[in-house]
Design a protein around this ligand. Structure first.
Ligand SMILES: Nc1ncnc2c1ncn2[C@@H]1O[C@H](COP(=O)(O)OP(=O)(O)OP(=O)(O)O)[C@@H](O)[C@H]1O
Length: 554
């Protein structure tokens, strides 16, 4: 549940490292603003003076310099603080995502993340650039108010009524548009989702006219139209409020002039008053024009805090360096009474796996097989320490893996997931095996397509099967004791599929690696030392090479 205190706390924690410079720059900006009001008073004084004294000229010049220095310093330092805050937000959010529990991350859909990282951060960035303008304008308005009050309290009351009515109209407009700002933000999330469809589903959309027009007109079109219509409607509301504010402003000026004789006002006081009033309209309009942006930035900031709260249960220690070195000796990896259930958010019956008892012996080849949706990938995510079991424990060499040791534990594995991500750069421990890369490329029959250039693959624009071979090269280079393959051979041609099961796996086993392989290739099940079959989240069959041979012997 979102907590308002959290928003305030986050805002303060963001500003804390820069509080001094923020405060100083705001004060300097305010000084610049107040100087402007003083400058106006000096001009007014000079206009009605019988003679211009040199001291007045010096004061005028000094105030101009002070105003320029104050405002530029405030603009520069506020820009600096703004950029620091944006940089900090970007890094903090990336850290949150890097350390977020994998299952949370999987549930928090990508388009929501990209809306936050692009739309929300963009709005906050735009807002931070306006902070000094806001501070300077506010202090000019404040300074002018003080000066007007000193000039004539009666005139001030009349002017304040007019300006106050306009400001109230704008605040009411802000209230009226608050829901629209929320709806625009929601539509941006939808927009990001449909933009993903545009690029990731480009081929399918080209081939399916019905889907294409549904996306164009109903989904993407609807989100675009909602943003346009809600923004236009908000703009109209603010325009109406601004028009009313201007009307009230000039009505107040009209009234002041009309009352000139009735109130027996001094001509010089009235003209000076109106001069300052006309001047102060600029900063007032500037503040009012920023109200829509302030509303949008508030919503954006709240969304970012919500995102940070969603991932607050993060594994902060993942960012600490260095980790414990990985022990290359694996005697066993054990799941003891492990249970994991997906939350009941989607669909009536969430999937649950276990309780599972499973011991993987160091150096063996274990196949995990079963129908689609039987829980194979979920099981390996538990083995890999990517999901935390709700019950039971994972043990390495007989010792329970704890929250503190989990990341060290994860470093024993190299994986190629079914939905793997192919990194272009090679991340090898101390350059391990770099001299062997060419041999690996040749072994995987990909050397004619890819070279190593500057510590990265020269290209990853390859066929699906070839890309997966590059993912395997990453595993070779990582040189970890346990390798996990989720349907690695699915995209390979028959020849290379045979090479994978008959040559590569036995070869890795000979090097002392432990191999965990998810496979649907029943022709090669005999390549396993041990096989377990999953059904509806339970191990329903387990055999070893010996038990199979014994069964065959009868
Ligand atoms: N992020 C998720 N949220 C909720 N349920 C999920 C999630 N991921 C998987 N599931 C559910 O868990 C079940 C097991 O999924 P899993 O990916 O482990 O199956 P699998 O055996 O690897 O299937 P396949 O052979 O198709 O890859 C599925 O029925 C699926 O509905």
């Amino acid at each position: 549940m979102f907590d308002k205190r959290n928003l305030v706390f986050t805002a303060f924690s963001l500003l804390r490292p820069f509080w001094l410079i923020s405060l100083l720059s705001t004060l300097i900006g305010a000084l610049g603003g107040l100087t402007t009001a003083w400058l106006l008073a000096t001009i007014n004084q000079a206009l009605y003076a019988d003679a211009i004294e040199s001291s007045l000229a010096w004061i005028f010049a000094g105030l101009v310099v002070l105003k320029l220095v104050g405002e530029s310093t405030a603009n520069l330092s506020n820009g600096f603080v703004g950029q620091q805050i944006i940089a900090r937000l970007r890094k903090d959010l990336s850290d949150k995502i890097l350390t977020a529990p994998i299952d949370r991350l999987e549930r928090f859909q990508v388009h929501r993340l990209s809306a936050a990282l692009n739309h929300d951060l963009g709005l906050i960035s735009a807002f931070t650039f306006q902070v000094s303008t806001l501070a300077i304008s506010a202090s000019i308005v404040f300074g002018c108010i003080v000066y007007l009050l000193l000039l004539s309290p009666t005139l001030f009351l009349i002017a304040a009524a007019g300006i106050g009515a306009g400001a109230a109209a704008n605040l009411y407009a802000r209230h009226l548009t608050a829901k629209r700002v929320e709806r625009i933000r929601m539509a941006h999330e939808d927009l990001h989702k449909h933009f993903r469809c545009l690029t990731q589903g480009a081929k399918e959309l080209r081939l399916n006219r019905l889907r294409r027009s549904a996306l164009r007109e109903n989904q993407l079109g609807s989100a675009v139209n909602r943003i346009r219509d809600e923004t236009l409607s908000s703009t109209r509301i603010f325009m109406a409020a601004n028009t009313f504010a201007t009307l009230m402003f000039f009505a107040a000026i009209g009234l002041l002039i009309a009352l000139r004789f009735g109130l027996k006002l001094d001509k010089s006081v009235l003209s000076g008053f109106i001069l300052v009033l006309l001047f102060v309209k600029g900063p007032i309009d500037q503040i009012l024009s920023l109200l829509p942006l302030i509303g949008q930035a508030q919503v954006a900031f709240r969304k970012l805090v919500e995102l940070a709260t969603e991932f607050s249960n993060s594994e902060q220690y993942l960012l600490l360096e260095p980790q414990k070195p990985i022990s290359p000796i694996i005697t066993s990896i054990e799941l003891s009474g492990v249970l994991y259930a997906f939350p009941a958010e989607k669909g009536p019956s969430p999937f649950s796996l276990g309780p599972v008892d499973l011991t993987i012996k160091g150096g063996e080849i274990l196949f995990i097989v079963g129908e689609n949706g039987s829980g194979k990938t979920t099981l390996i995510k538990l083995i890999l320490g990517l999901y935390t079991p709700q019950e039971g424990a994972v043990l390495l060499n007989g010792e329970a893996v704890t929250t503190e040791t989990c990341d060290d534990y994860r470093q024993i594995f190299s994986t190629v997931f079914f939905d793997y991500y192919l990194f272009e750069d090679l991340a090898t421990p101390d350059g391990f095996g770099l001299e062997k890369v060419t041999t690996y490329l040749e072994k995987l029959d990909i050397a004619h397509k890819v070279r190593i250039e500057g510590g990265a693959f020269s290209t990853t624009d390859l066929s699906a099967g070839q890309r997966k071979r590059l993912a395997l090269i990453h595993c070779y280079l990582e040189n970890r004791p346990v390798l996990v393959f989720d349907e690695w051979a699915a995209e390979q041609d028959p020849t290379f599929r045979t090479i994978f099961y008959r040559e590569l796996l036995p070869d890795l086993k000979r090097q002392g690696k432990t191999l965990i392989v998810i496979s649907h290739d029943d022709r090669y099940f005999d390549a396993a030392d041990r096989l377990i079959r999953l059904k509806e989240g339970q191990i329903v069959e387990a055999w070893t090479e010996e038990s199979a041979a014994q069964a065959l012997r009868g």
